[in-house]
Design a protein around this ligand. Structure first.
Ligand code: ATP
Length: 216
């Protein structure tokens, strides 16, 4: 079996157990040895992040300290730059070539919005997509739905055998945690302890991170 190169992109504003535990479960389900977290300076198709990339990177570092599964990629952290997943995947392919299996991890909410991403159909010509279950999923449009079903496999071995081209839905149970709900908790003066590592909770409280900004 070829080793999988797995990327998990996001705002991570803040990173939480929904991200960490989902990634750990995927790593066991599919035999992934390393997961590369890819924090984004600010994604093109969503509203701005509420905290700086410096704060978000600090929180990611707290979350993955002493956890050998994770590393961080700084490919999408450059200030005031718009990053598109397709371009980042091309950059990664330039580095690792086209033979190594590459997986991009996303939640089902993002999968069902994929048709608004730049060159979304081309993503599978560069990587596989690993899907984590999420709540409040918007129905996908019919074209996207068909594309998803045409490329879905239940055979995780294929993800090791082929370098790109498949969508795999994880069988893990859903973790009802979101950065939005966590930000709201801090904004309202409630603790979100238990939903993220305590070091991050302390960091957020000490810097008053989500007190200053409005939720959403
Ligand atoms: P927000 O609430 O601000 O939208 P989020 O909790 O979705 O944030 P992101 O940093 O935007 O966090 O997510 C990065 C990736 O992780 C996305 O693909 C998202 O779908 C996925 N993800 C986030 N939370 C979970 C969760 N609880 N379980 C599985 N996947 C998740």
């Amino acid at each position: 079996m070829k080793e999988i190169y797995a990327i998990f992109g996001g705002n991570f504003d803040p990173i939480h157990y929904g991200h960490i535990i989902s990634a750990e479960k995927l790593s066991r389900e599919i035999s992934i040895k390393k997961i590369i977290l890819l924090p984004n300076y600010g994604p093109p198709h969503r509203s701005k992040t509420k905290t700086s990339i410096i704060d978000r990177l600090k929180m990611i570092k707290f979350a993955i300290k002493d956890n050998k599964l994770f590393t961080i990629s700084y490919l999408e952290t450059k200030k005031n730059t718009t990053f598109y997943t397709i371009e980042t995947l091309k950059k990664i392919r330039k580095k690792i070539g086209y033979l190594q299996p590459l997986c991009f991890i996303i939640g089902e909410d993002n999968l069902n919005n994929l048709n608004i991403w730049k060159d979304w159909k081309k993503i599978l010509s560069l990587s596989h997509l690993l899907i984590c279950p999420r709540i409040h999923i918007k129905k996908s449009n019919p074209k996207l739905k068909k594309w998803i079903s045409d490329h879905t496999t239940k055979n995780s071995n294929l993800l090791h055998k082929k370098p790109f081209g498949f969508i795999f839905f994880s069988k893990m149970s859903m973790l009802n945690i979101s950065s939005t709900a966590i930000r709201k908790s801090y904004y309202e003066g409630k603790s979100a302890c238990g939903l993220l590592p305590s070091k991050i909770d302390k960091y957020i409280l000490s810097k008053n991170l989500y007190k200053i900004y409005n939720q959403n």
